[in-house]
Design a protein around this ligand. Sequence first.
Ligand SMILES: Nc1ncnc2c1ncn2[C@@H]1O[C@H](COP(=O)(O)OP(=O)(O)OP(=O)(O)O)[C@@H](O)[C@H]1O
Length: 926
Amino acid sequence: MGISRSLLEHFLNWVLKIQTWQAVFLVQIRVLVVFSNLWWLVSGLGSMSSIAISYGENGPVFCGLKSDGSHLVTCYGSNSAIIYGTPAHFPFMGLTAGDGFVCGLLVDSNQPYCWGSSRYVQMGVPQPMIKGAEYLEISAGDYHLCGLREPLTGRLRNYSLVDCWGYNMTRSYRFDGQLQSISAGSEFNCGLFSQNRTVFCWGDETSSRVTSLIPQEMRFQKIAAGGYHVCGILEGANSRVFCWGGRSLDIEEEISTAYTGQGNVDSAPKDPMLSVVGGKFHACGIRSSDRGVTCWGFRVKTSTLPPDGIKVYEIAAGNYFTCGILAEKSLLPVCWGLGFPSSLPLAVSPGLCTPSPCLPGFYEFNHESPPCKSLNSHVCLPCSSACLDDMYQKAECTLKSDRQCEFNCSGCYSAECFSNCSSSSYANAITGRKTERFWSLQLPVVVAEVAFAVFLVSIVSLTTILYVRYKLRNCRCSDKGLKSKKGKANGSSFQNDNSKIRPDLDELKIRRAQTFTYDELERATGGFKEESQVGKGSFSCVFKGVLKDGTVVAVKRATMSSDMKKNSKEFHTELDLLSRLNHAHLLNLLGYCEEGGERLLVYEFMAHGSLHQHLHGKNKALKEQLDWVRRVTIAVQAARGIEYLHGYACPPVIHRDIKSSNILIDEEHNARVADFGLSLLGPADSGSPLAEPPAGTFGYLDPEYYRLHYLTTKSDVYSFGVLLLEILSGRKAIDMQFDEGNIVEWAVPLIKSGDISAILDPVLKPPSDLEALKRIATVAYKCVRMRGKERPSMDKVTTALERALAQLMGSPCNEQPILPTEVVLGSSRLHKKSSQRSSNRSVSETDVAEAEDQRFEFRAPSWITFPSVASSQRRKSSVSEADVDGKNLEARNLGSGGNGGDGLRSLEEEIGPASPQENLFLQHNF
Ligand SMILES: Nc1ncnc2c1ncn2[C@@H]1O[C@H](COP(=O)(O)OP(=O)(O)OP(=O)(O)O)[C@@H](O)[C@H]1O
């Protein structure tokens, strides 16, 4: 019954999705036939304009120069740092925006001024700023800003200077030749030379090959960089667009699962274009014939299409949505894509003001209020080219107005033309005949479209059903008898909707977690008094309490915030997950209470608080107490907890918020992974994207997940890598008191250069042999690789850390074993009362066996499988693709220089044959 109900639900879900998709598809086909190729969506980054779009984890923002000629900026969106930081009284020449920030070119000083919340681009006038430097244009990438200096004079007149600030780019670049304009992509920049109209790009941390694929022989009128590609409008009469980059990357594979789209962003349409903008994985252009919008490239599945038949003066793109300024009196922006309102209530300027008269090919924009402050300045818009096929040119483009087209009513074949002409007297006479002719032409097309769509939908349905069945078979949990439950869970390819997992859980909750009344918990915590509060998170406060039976507990109480929905979601996620998970190094949930608006979770109390408190608290003694062995032990234990989530829970769990404040330390200094409020269920190999914006904590957030919304267990690996760096260095993940505020950016180059001691916490004396810490630093460095595929899996990480710990502890016959086995690995601690344990006991093999027995004896009757594999067994079976990749990469790194070779040994080597001493230690302890 369970299986069939669940299957039915899934099937119905799919059918619904297919129907929606079918409807969209049919609309798309119609639009394709009638209005050529108006069906792609965009989003993007780009060059300076009168409008700019910022994106990022704090939400999108649209900013534009007001249409009243004041040059003042107005913004709309959800990133409060940008909205509240908008300088209301500074006039700007133009705007550009990146991830979490917007910059404008100040009218008065010709220098950039930025506002928002970027960690990389300084707010205000970016520093260092060369005194007296003036800029012609500015352009922002994801985490950087570049400015093209005003043309140089004297002996430097044949050079151009571009100054950049932000992630990896703070320096000046000098170019041989004059640059007309610049455009910034995600992590690169391009410039267009004025004389030979060729393009030069530099940067490109993303290996999207924009720099190597530059079409040397092509000449461009203008260029626009997107996330990983560049598009340019070619010189010459046809003004076609050519795009390059973004192709050769494996990124392509990844985006193809997260986005829909025929072809790539480099298959630009043939239509002549007036303007082009680059989105993250797409591009959009304004068609020269009718100022309509055409977009191409990859489209986020759930995003909206550009409104039918709009005409725009200018467009700009964020990462997943695009906005255009309507080519009508209102000058209102209209937006499409993902996660932004479709229309915005602020009239904005359609272009930048230039002090010189408009050149041939441009006309001067006229509006009721002059668009520029100075009467000598003008907004010059490019003239549209030839009219549509069933139109004729009534008037040419002049300095004062664009060319005018009118429908040729005797030769209509577009619906627009028919509807237009039907209002004229001429058309009245021939309407009947024309409509008949129109339908006689269109009917076979419509029938063919419908037949094709039905065929396609059938194929998709069939494939979907086969895929669902395959997926249902794929996730095997251990116990046969539990299959029915697993079937239900497996059906959800990637759960971020907790309601879907709840039916299974109600049962489990009752079985595993006790319900408490609010009164009980209020009594236990002394009325949630301030003195019992032991911690505070974004959505909750944590109190120490004592239950009636004397058990000391931690009670997590959701704060009464405006975002009750989010609170409730996190509460249920945590409750659901903890009810089904069980591991020595995960924080145990004892019960919960949900009464009225109150939501409380009751956990085991962790006497030593969080790792964050130890590493970064004011108490230096606490930090010193955490010596190297303790730190590495905590790392091993936390790694094991995460490894369990990824490898043994079924379906796997992705924690999404691994950080030092979520690693708690119990009475016996064992680490426990806590806080499952953001966790998601999903198969480890899921290729599905997440529709919701990435979540996690700044500094720990996997950049790949953040950029691509593509979540795998490797995102936790990244966060764990940051945690390892934090443990080694004692620095916070983000600490702006240092020049290099981001721990990854600071530590990775040092590790790569083999200078491990430079990153070690100065509070602790370095161990006599640095080898073990070198190994850990190497693991950390591999965990924080930009590409998830190149990061090791958690089981590899655990094994490497275990080996490092063994090495750090000297030898198996260490005179003073610092931590006993159960503390080192903790598995035997599972479900054992702490009082039964002795932290100084030496553990014999019999003890281990007993502990193992106990583990099985007390194992919860959950369908979640349990890690019963010995470390050594796991080691043999865990050669993942990623690690092999990693190995190759390392081999290359090593080949190029011996320095730091040890530090950069591949993980494969890391866990290669153990020395006899290590073997002995491992056999004894693991
Ligand atoms: N079981 C527990 N025992 C003792 N202290 C705890 C326990 N659970 C949480 N804490 C303390 O409360 C703090 C807040 O925990 P919580 O999980 O609510 O938020 P967080 O993870 O720190 O932040 P955020 O929710 O923003 O991610 C922890 O950092 C820790 O110091």
